[in-house]
Design a protein around this ligand. Structure first.
Ligand code: GLA
Length: 723
C-alpha cells in the first residue's frame, strides 16, 4: 500500500512485513523516517533533526536550522553537499564539478510496476511510487521508483537518471540507497568459488563499509548479488533482517556503511569500478532493479518472501510452475568422449528408467574434442557424430525421449572457424595478446552484429533439429573490459552493455523458440541471480554434484532463491569433484530439492540403483507441485551441525516433505529429537515412513526421533494432513 499525506508530506509505503516512510522536508529534501517493521501511518516528523546541532556537518545553503545531509536518512545519496556516506550517483560536469543537491519535484503513484526495456524486471503486480527529484546543481532529473509488493513484503527499487541541460559524465549509478535505523547489525553474504557457490557468511557489522561485489562481468560464483543485515541474534525463525537482492547479472556492488550515528546505509547497483557513461542533454540511463526485503520472522521468513516474489514476478510465467523436464545429461557420463553409438545407448538406458529428456552437453559442435577448440562454431561435429545429430534425435524420438543441447553462446575459441573469420569479435584488442580462461575468449556482446551472428547460428540449430531444451553455459569471466567498436569515451559502459547484449540474445532466442526450455549455467552456478532467472526458470546450481557439498550449496542458495530455480542432478560415486562416496538414496534426496535430473550413465549403476532411479522419478513427479509452490523451512544447518534438514510445506499446510542428511556417523549415539517447522498446529499428520500420526503442534514442539545414521545417511518423510 502506498499513501501520501498532503498535510505532513509523508509517503507511507507498507507491505506485509515492513513500512517505509519518506518525508518531503520543508526545504524540499527527501528524508527517510523509517524502514523496518510495519507501523501505523503516524506522523514521524518528530524525527526531524533540525533542532539538534551536530558538529563537523556541513549545512546546505538552502537548508534551515541544523539540517545536514551528513546524518539525515536519504533516498539517493548525493556527493559534495555534506553527505559523506556512499553516494548513489556521481554526475560530473565538463568543468569537473560533481556535486549534486537533490530536491523533490513531483511524484506519481500508480498500480503495477515499471517495465525496464532490455533488462530483467518484475513482470506484474505491485503498486509504484515514482518520485521525481531534480539535481539543482547539474540540472539532472532523477526518478526513483518504489514498487511495493504487499503480499510478499518486498520493495523493488531502481533509478532513472536523465541528464539536464549540461552534459555530464555519470560515474556511478546505483539502483538504491536505504538508510537503516541505528542498530547492532550482522552482515550476511553468499560467497564462494567454482564448485562451492553461495556459502553463507555472517560477520558483525562494524563502523566503516562492508561491501559484496563482483568485478568479473558476471554476478559470479565468488559473491552473489545478495546482502542481508540482521539484528544481532536473529535466527531462522526470530528477529529482524533486511536484505537487498539485485535483479542483475553483471558486475555489481552492494554495501552496508555504518556511520557515526550508528545508522547504516545499505546501497548498491552496477559496479562503479568499471562503469562510467557520458550523457548528452536529455539522455536517460536506467539502473537495474533491486528487491529489498524486511522480515520480522528471521531468515526463514526472509527467504520465503524472496521465493514467492521470484516465482510470481521474475521467472518466465509459463514455466514457473510447469512440469520441468527430468533430464539425463551426458557430461559426467562421457565428458568429450562420445559418438552416436554411445549416445544412443545412453538414450536406451535413460528411456528405460523414465527420464524424459536426453541432454547432449559440450563437444557436439565445430571440431571440439576437448576444451581447446570449437566455441563459436555452432554447427554439428559430423566427424564425431557420424550420421549427424538427426540420428541421435530420431533415436530418442523413437524411445519417447526429448532432446536437449548445450551451448556456450557468449564464447569463442581461438581455434575455431569463427575466430579465424572474425578475430576482432573477441573482447579486447586483436593485436594485443589477451587473457584466456579455460582456453577461450569472450565474444563482444556489446556489438549488435555479434549478437545477431550468434542468434543466427543458434537459431539455425534450433530450427533444424527437434530440440526441446537448451543448456546455456558461460565458462569464464571477463578480464579485458574493452570493445574494439566502442569509442574511447564509451568504454566505461562496456561491462553493462555486455550484459545487456546477453539479455537481448536470451530474449530473442526465447521469443523465436517459445517451446524450447532454457536452463542457465555458468561453470555451475556462476551467474545464478534474479536477472538470469527472468530468462531461465532454472539454473545449474553448481558443478559440484557431491551430495554433501550440494546440500550446503543448496542451503546457501535458498537464502534468496526458490528450490524450483535450482537445477540438481544425481551423479555417480566416487563423486567426480570430491572423490566422496555417498548413498544413492541420499544423492536422490538432495537432488529432489530442486529441478531434478541425472548426470550419469545408467550403465554405471547397479540393478538396485536403476530400480531406485525409477522410484525417484516417480516420487519426484508426485512431489513437483509441492516443491514448486510450497514454503521452505530450513530446519538444521549443515554448516553448524551434523545434520542437514529442510522441509517444504504446502501453502495450505496439508502436505509437507522433509529431507534430512546426517553428515557423519556418531558412534554409540542415541536417536535425537528433531522438531519440524511450518506445519498447522492443530492438524493431524501422517508420516508414512515412520508409521506415525501426530499433530502439527507435537511435531513442531516435541519433535520426532531422528535415527542415528551412517556417514551421509538420509531420511525422507512425506507428511499428509489427515484431520
Ligand atoms: C560447465 C558446466 C558443466 C558442463 C561443462 C561443459 O562447467 O557447468 O555442467 O556443461 O561446462 O564444458
Amino acid at each position: 500500500m502506498i499513501e501520501f499525506n498532503e498535510t505532513n508530506k509523508i509517503f507511507y509505503l507498507s507491505g506485509k512485513s515492513f513500512s517505509y516512510l519518506i518525508w518531503i522536508d520543508p526545504n524540499g529534501y527527501l528524508v527517510n523516517l523509517h524502514y523496518g517493521g510495519r507501523i501505523e501511518s503516524d506522523d514521524l516528523t518528530y524525527f526531524d533533526m533540525r533542532t539538534r546541532p551536530i558538529s563537523f556537518s556541513p549545512i546546505p545553503p538552502d537548508a534551515d536550522h541544523w539540517f545536514t545531509l551528513d546524518i539525515a536518512g536519504q533516498e539517493y545519496g548525493s556527493y559534495g553537499q555534506g553527505d559523506f556516506r556512499t553516494p548513489s550517483v556521481i554526475l560530473c560536469r565538463e568543468d569537473g564539478d560533481a556535486s549534486s543537491r537533490f530536491h523533490y519535484e513531483r511524484h506519481v503513484i500508480y498500480d503495477g510496476a515499471p517495465a525496464l526495456e532490455g533488462m530483467p524486471h518484475c513482470r506484474k503486480g505491485g503498486q509504484t511510487l515514482a518520485l521525481v527529484l531534480r539535481d539543482v546543481l547539474s540540472g539532472a532529473k532523477i526518478t526513483l521508483n518504489y514498487t511495493v509488493y504487499e503480499q510478499f513484503g518486498i520493495l523493488v527499487r531502481n533509478a532513472e537518471i536523465e541528464c539536464g541541460a549540461q552534459p555530464v559524465c555519470l560515474k556511478r549509478a546505483h539502483s538504491f540507497c536505504a538508510d537503516l535505523p541505528e542498530g547492532e547489525y550482522e552482515a550476511v553474504c553468499l560467497h564462494g568459488r567454482h564448485c562451492a557457490e553461495r556459502t553463507p557468511e555472517r560477520v558483525p557489522l562494524g563502523h566503516g563499509t562492508y561491501t559484496v561485489s563482483s568485478t568479473r562481468g558476471a554476478s559470479s560464483h565468488q559473491m552473489n548479488p545478495f546482502l542481508a543485515l540482521a539484528e544481532r541474534g536473529c535466527t531462522e525463525t526470530h528477529g529482524s533482517v533486511f536484505a537487498a537482492l539485485l535483479i542483475y547479472s553483471g558486475s555489481y556492488e552492494l554495501s552496508a556503511e555504518k556511520s557515526q550515528t550508528g545508522g547504516v546505509r545499505l546501497c548498491g547497483g552496477i559496479q562503479s569500478l568499471n562503469f562510467s557513461k557520458k550523457m548528452a542533454p536529455g539522455e536517460k540511463f536506467v539502473t537495474p532493479q533491486v528487491a529489498l526485503c524486511h522480515s520480522d520472522g528471521g531468515f526463514g521468513a526472509l527467504s520465503r518472501a524472496y521465493h514467492d516474489f521470484i516465482r510470481e514476478t521474475i521467472l518466465p510465467p509459463a514455466l514457473a510452475y510447469a512440469r520441468r523436464p527430468i533430464v539425463i545429461n551426458n557430461w559426467e557420463a562421457t565428458y568429450f568422449q562420445f559418438d552416436n553409438e554411445k549416445l544412443c545407448k545412453l538414450a536406451d538406458e535413460a528411456a528405460e528408467l523414465g527420464v524424459d529428456t536426453l541432454v547432449l552437453d559440450d563437444g557436439w559442435f565445430g571440431k571440439r574434442n576437448d576444451d581447446t577448440s570449437g566455441l563459436g562454431d555452432w554447427f554439428v561435429n559430423e566427424d564425431k557424430l557420424q550420421g549427424g545429430l538427426s540420428a541421435v534425435i530420431e533415436h530418442c524420438k523413437r524411445l519417447g525421449l526429448k532432446f536437449g543441447l548445450w551451448f556456450e553462446p557468449e564464447m569463442i575459441s581461438e581455434d575455431s572457424d569463427l575466430y579465424r573469420a572474425h578475430p576482432d569479435w573477441a573482447i579486447g584488442k586483436a593485436d594485443v595478446p589477451r587473457c584466456t580462461g579455460r582456453n577461450q575468449l569472450v565474444l563482444d556482446m556489446t556489438r549488435p552484429e555479434i549478437v545477431d551472428g550468434v542468434f543466427e547460428q543458434v537459431s539455425n540449430i534450433l530450427s533444424t533439429y527437434a530440440i526441446s531444451y537448451v543448456k546455456w553455459d558461460m565458462n569464464r569471466h571477463i578480464s579485458e573490459f574493452y570493445s574494439a567498436k566502442l569509442p574511447a569515451d564509451q568504454q566505461g559502459e562496456f561491462s553493462h552493455r555486455y550484459i545487456l547484449g546477453v539479455y537481448a540474445l536470451a530474449e530473442r532466442l526465447q521469443r523465436a523458440f517459445p517451446n524450447v526450455f532454457f536452463e542457465g549455467c555458468s561453470g555451475g552456478g556462476g551467474r545464478f541471480d534474479a536477472g538470469m532467472l527472468y530468462y531461465f526458470p532454472q539454473f545449474w546450481t553448481s558443478d559440484d554434484t557431491d551430495a554433501y557439498e550440494r546440500a550446503k550449496i543448496q542451503w546457501g542458495t535458498s537464502y534468496a532463491y526458490p528450490l524450483s530455480a535450482m537445477s540438481c542432478h544425481v551423479s555417480v560415486c566416487p563423486n567426480h569433484q570430491t572423490g566422496r562416496t555417498t548413498p544413492f538414496e541420499t544423492r536422490g534426496a538432495i537432488a529432489s530439492l530442486g529441478a531434478f535430473g541425472y548426470e550419469l550413465s545408467p550403465a554405471a549403476l547397479s540393478e538396485k540403483e536403476r530400480e531406485l532411479v525409477k522410484q525417484q522419478i516417480k516420487a519426484y513427479r508426485e512431489l513437483e507441485p509441492l516443491l514448486q509452490r510450497g514454503d521452505l523451512f530450513r530446519i538444521s544447518n549443515p554448516f553448524e551441525s551434523n545434520l542437514f534438514c529442510v522441509a517444504v510445506v504446502s501453502k495450505d499446510k496439508k502436505e509437507a516433505y522433509a529431507v534430512g542428511m546426517q553428515i557423519h556417523a556418531v558412534p554409540a549415539d542415541t536417536d535425537h529429537r528433531l522438531r519440524l517447522a511450518g506445519l498447522e498446529e492443530g492438524a493431524l499428520y501422517e508420516i508414512a515412513e515412520l508409521g506415525l500420526k501426530l499433530h502439527g503442534s507435537t511435531l513442531m514442539h516435541a519433535g520426532v526421533l531422528k535415527p542415528n545414521l551412517p556417514d551421509f545417511g538420509s531420511f525422507v518423510w512425506h507428511l499428509k494432513a489427515i484431520g
